[in-house]
Design a protein around this ligand. Structure first.
Ligand code: ATP
Ligand code: MG
Length: 439
């Protein structure tokens, strides 16, 4: 492999008369750069803590799965499977796919490892997902989700817990501009009954259906309701509603959910057009939506999928979950001016060759005594002036200066970088107490 790369480079070099082509990241797949990662970390640690508090456990699945897994779960006639999957052939001819979402993988894993039989599970995962979509703000080809999946709980209390937990997350993050849309898709039987009524209705309006909708009319008519085509909206608005065809059990389930949400003071609107893009949902579906991100307004979406475990070869297991799009939520946090201070507290200046050699072990002893303090050591030498400049730029509050004098006398000089004060030299033994009063 190595040799092949080398040969390629040599040949390529020749063709380009010594000019090496800079390789760029793939369209729609972005680096998360050092100035962006503190906000990612803040977001991720806030969510992790919350999930831990609600007694959810982490599960990590591979990013590549057999293609069949997604075709059989998400549905053949969905945007994801029809046009968005990154599918390729493995060297042995197997068809593999970069995961476009996590639910199917999580269910596959739970069946494979026996996590569902006679058990309840509350699980979460975090990581990249891949969909070949048209890249734009809030829509990428590699994006990141935090997904939460619960198994073995059939009643509406767990649906409510998922929603209450996300509502708490928005509060923790200081996001106020996110509203909840709720719907129920009923049981498979009630959906079938409704499907026929809807097909009849849509057939009466064939002339205004676009090409996608005509196709879906045959394969997955509920998805026509999901269309964003403005020319079809007024027809969709007055289409028969699934709410009117619900079976008793689904109606009761939905009633229980809304009762819990009402009691908890969670506001929502019932959107009977909300059908979600994936086939496996039944009963509850919900989306958290914001108007602040333009067309890419859904930041978190989920629902119940009682049939999926069985559909993928496991025993019948009730299940409900959601996934949130991290990039979209970070965009909201950025727009709200949220910044994370990740600067050093202390910058250490090592002045002179001796200090450069002996200073590193000195810094380690400080780290032993101040394990939570963010310390940046100047490496690479430089004049005192240039090191002070770096210290200032680092954002640190304090510079500790270690030069030959200090080394000789077992002392250290302290310079406050953010206020007017004279540089002071103190004994090394006093350092930690002194720093504790400053930081
Ligand atoms: P959309 O209607 O925006 O395409 P979706 O219904 O396809 O969303 P889900 O499969 O429910 O999305 O994924 C859950 C969440 O993941 C979405 O609400 C969104 O926040 C995020 N998400 C989905 N696709 C992308 C993408 N291509 N880029 C960035 N975030 C995404
Ligand atoms: Mg989509």
């Amino acid at each position: 492999m190595m040799r092949r790369c080398l040969i390629y480079l040599i040949v390529n070099n020749k063709c380009m008369s010594n000019k090496i082509n800079k390789i760029q990241s793939i369209r729609g797949m972005h680096d998360i750069l050092p100035d962006q990662s503190p906000l990612w970390q803040l977001f991720e640690s806030t969510v992790k803590k919350l999930l831990q508090n609600y007694a959810y456990d982490e599960i990590r699945m591979p990013v590549v799965e057999p293609t069949d897994l997604f075709c059989r779960s998400i549905g053949e006639v969905t945007d994801i499977v029809e046009k968005e999957m990154y599918t390729f052939e493995d060297r042995n001819g197997d068809s593999l796919t970069l995961r476009p979402e996590g639910t199917a993988s999580c269910v596959r894993s739970g069946i494979q490892h026996g996590l569902f039989h006679n058990q309840q599970q509350r699980l979460w995962y975090m990581g990249p997902m891949f969909r070949h979509e048209r890249p734009q703000k809030g829509r990428y080809r590699q994006f990141h989700q935090i997904g939460v999946e619960t198994f073995g709980m059939a009643s509406a209390d767990i649906d409510a817990e998922l929603i209450l937990m996300t509502a708490r997350l928005w509060k923790l993050l200081g996001l106020t501009d996110i509203r909840l849309e709720l719907n129920t898709l009923g049981s498979a039987e009630s959906r079938n009954a409704y499907r026929q009524v809807l097909v009849d209705y849509l057939n009466q309006h064939r002339d205004i259906l676009d090409e996608d909708s005509l196709r879906r009319l045959e394969t997955n008519p509920l998805r026509v309701l999901d269309s964003k085509n403005p020319d079809m909206q007024s027809m969709i608005d007055v289409a028969p509603s699934l709410m009117d065809y619900l079976d008793e059990e689904s109606r009761e389930h939905f009633k229980q959910l809304t009762t819990i949400l009402d009691k908890a003071g969670i506001e929502y609107t019932i959107n009977t057009r909300l059908v979600r893009g994936l086939d496996y949902y039944c009963k509850t579906v919900f989306e958290w939506v914001t108007d602040a991100l333009g067309a890419q307004g859904t930041v978190c979406a989920g629902g119940r999928y009682d049939g999926l475990v069985q559909q993928l070869g496991g025993r019948e297991t009730p299940a409900a979950g959601f996934a949130m799009g991290i990039e979209r939520l970070l965009s909201l946090l950025e727009d709200a001016g949220r910044q994370v201070d990740n600067t050093a507290d202390i910058f250490i200046i090592l002045q002179g060759e001796q200090a450069q050699l002996q200073g590193m072990s000195f810094v380690e002893t400080i780290r032993d005594q101040l394990p939570d303090v963010h310390i940046q050591t100047n490496c690479g030498g430089g004049s005192f002036k240039s090191q002070i400049k770096k210290a200032d730029k680092s954002g640190a509050k304090v510079a500790l200066i270690l030069g030959e004098e200090e080394l000789k006398n077992n002392s250290v000089s302290i310079k406050l970088l953010r206020e007017q004060a004279d540089q002071k030299t103190i004994a090394l033994t006093e350092l930690v107490t002194t720093l504790n009063t400053i930081l």
